[in-house]
Write a protein that binds this ligand. Sequence first.
Ligand SMILES: Nc1ncnc2c1ncn2[C@@H]1O[C@H](COP(=O)(O)OP(=O)(O)OP(=O)(O)O)[C@@H](O)[C@H]1O
Length: 679
Amino acid sequence: MDRDIDDDALPSLYRPSTILPISRHKRALLYTIETTPITILIGETGSGKTTQLPQYLDEAGWTKNGKMIACTQPRRVAATTVAMRVAEEMGVRLGEEVGYSIRFEDSTSPRTKIKYMTDGMLLREILVDPLLTKYSVVMVDEAHERSISTDLLLGVLKKIRRKRKDLRIVISSATLQAEEFLHFFTCSEEDEKEIQTLEKGQELARIVSVEGKVFPVDILYLESPAEDYVEKAIETVYDIHLKEGPGDILVFLTGRSEIDHAIDKISSLTSQLPSRSPQLLPLPLYAGLTTEQQLYVFEPAPENHRKVILSTPISEASVTVPGITFIIDTGFHKIRSYNPHTCISSLTVTPISQASATQRAGRAGRTKPGKCFRLYPESAFLSLPVSTIPELQRSDLAPVILQLKALGVDNIARFHFPSAPPPELVARALELLYTLGALDSYGKLTRPFGLRLAELPLPPPLAAIVLSSIDHNCHQQILSIASMTSVSSSIFLDHADSAKLTASKKRNFTADEGDHLTLLNVFLAFSSQPEKKKARWCHDNALNHQSLLRAASIRTQLARFLERWYPDLGSRTSSLATETTIRKCLVKGLFPFAAKMQPDGSFRLAGDTRSANGNRGEEQGKVYVHPSSVLFNRKAEWVVFQQLEEARGKRYIREVTKVQREWVVEAGGGYYTVGEKKR
Ligand SMILES: Nc1ncnc2c1ncn2[C@@H]1O[C@H](COP(=O)(O)OP(=O)(O)OP(=O)(O)O)[C@@H](O)[C@H]1O
């Protein structure tokens, strides 16, 4: 392969406007990648790893012969925005030579050479192309975040590389985790054998550093911890606005309710500013928004306005929002943790790691110097964990195991993960997949059911509902519900200033049986509107037009899977499905997430034996229906739900539907004897 590594041969369009630290290391970097199978790349935030390295590899010939370069990201906002930036730097149209692929959205073409994608999407590609033959280099970006998909991908890449010696792997990591990755790729017996066969001077894996800052970022700490980090963040926004020079602000909060609250407060503060003085423009950024809505924050602020982006950690890594000068880091994030006793994941607010704090500060100083206000003392920063516990060690592993089985890895215990998941979590996941019908009693993937479950781009319980809907003759309705729940967090517009309106409009769609049928009512009403009137109709009904369009697009994509597997689908009618049939079908996948109402109106999880045994405090065993649910403050003996979330010490369930105990027992098979989790 002819790989030209001459800096001067670059067409001018390839050059970014700022000289980035990585450019000084270009030759050395390309040489290492050429000669070393695995390169671990470390460098300061903003040094150019994500945007530049794939371009260097392209110029150096790694995309010849129709091969592509993949660059994976843990989050879709990073995959889309970085692809846009790189397409712009290369002077090509997005989706042509440079594209991206995220769940339910593909912007690539047969001409694509550099593909940014979520790590989960690359794993899906491995299902159809097990040796990733289309790719010459796979760059796993932000590997230190240790997301489930990243860890799984690293394990699978390690296997693939043994069979594809020409494949190059680049792992981009924070400095502190680099040695761990080096160890992972070089520690097994097989690795050692391979090292023996290498030529003198050649290495199996090597760490390369591209140190160097783009612009300085001043870090400022509080003297004592903030009592309420959300209020302190709002106060800091206001202080910056009054006392600092120009520049936009990026605030890290933990979730949507905090973001909505902050937006309302900042909007009212703004209305008190003198009309001629610069105004604050608060904007939300969280995963539940559609791609278009997320991209809105990347637009320049209108004249005489300072943008204040209120974001969850989705913008913590890889993202550059031009114009961001000030960062406000509250020091918290919501992380998913899995309780093997209840078998349910919940989101809990916890302090971030030092690595996250560094990434957050690194969102400034990219296009000009910046300041990062940490809303905690320096001593608190120093006592933070260096990195977050890998997601794989605190998550429901059913999706991971399902994917591994679909990839042909039958013996999970022998699969080499960057750090092994706890056996208890593996056992729980196997139990769930077995009850869902995805695995047989030997632990093998069932065919076709289990394989199809793995192929559907939905969490296993939801995928099981979609597949079961065929037998229940309610696939039309379930497809709509599954699509709506994939975007549900943003279907209803419920900012505080429109909360009353939304509540009254929502009543028009409310189904007494719960949120899933309510979402179905919304979708049916939306679909029956003439195309041209849809936007207006959404506005009049306090609904999010973009989210509904996205749900419709997801539905079309899910329907394609069913059409492929059931060619007679068109002749099967599901128009007569009753609400009872639909709810029974929902229980086919949601049985692990069942709860029983208690005399005080709270609920107890069906599998929570510890609370029944009195091992936990009374309050701890309880969950409450979230105020956004149509079943809030309503009577329902048994319910199933899709999400469990912790906020201010209370646990809430969302997307809730009334069901009957017998349905849960029937669907749960051996998984429950209800009220007592099977051991
Ligand atoms: N959309 C953009 N507009 C302006 N400049 C940009 C944009 N995207 C990237 N840049 C510039 O390119 C630099 C490198 O960005 P890149 O994402 O490649 O860095 P990185 O090393 O991967 O950092 P990180 O790990 O923090 O994402 C930024 O510091 C910034 O100067």
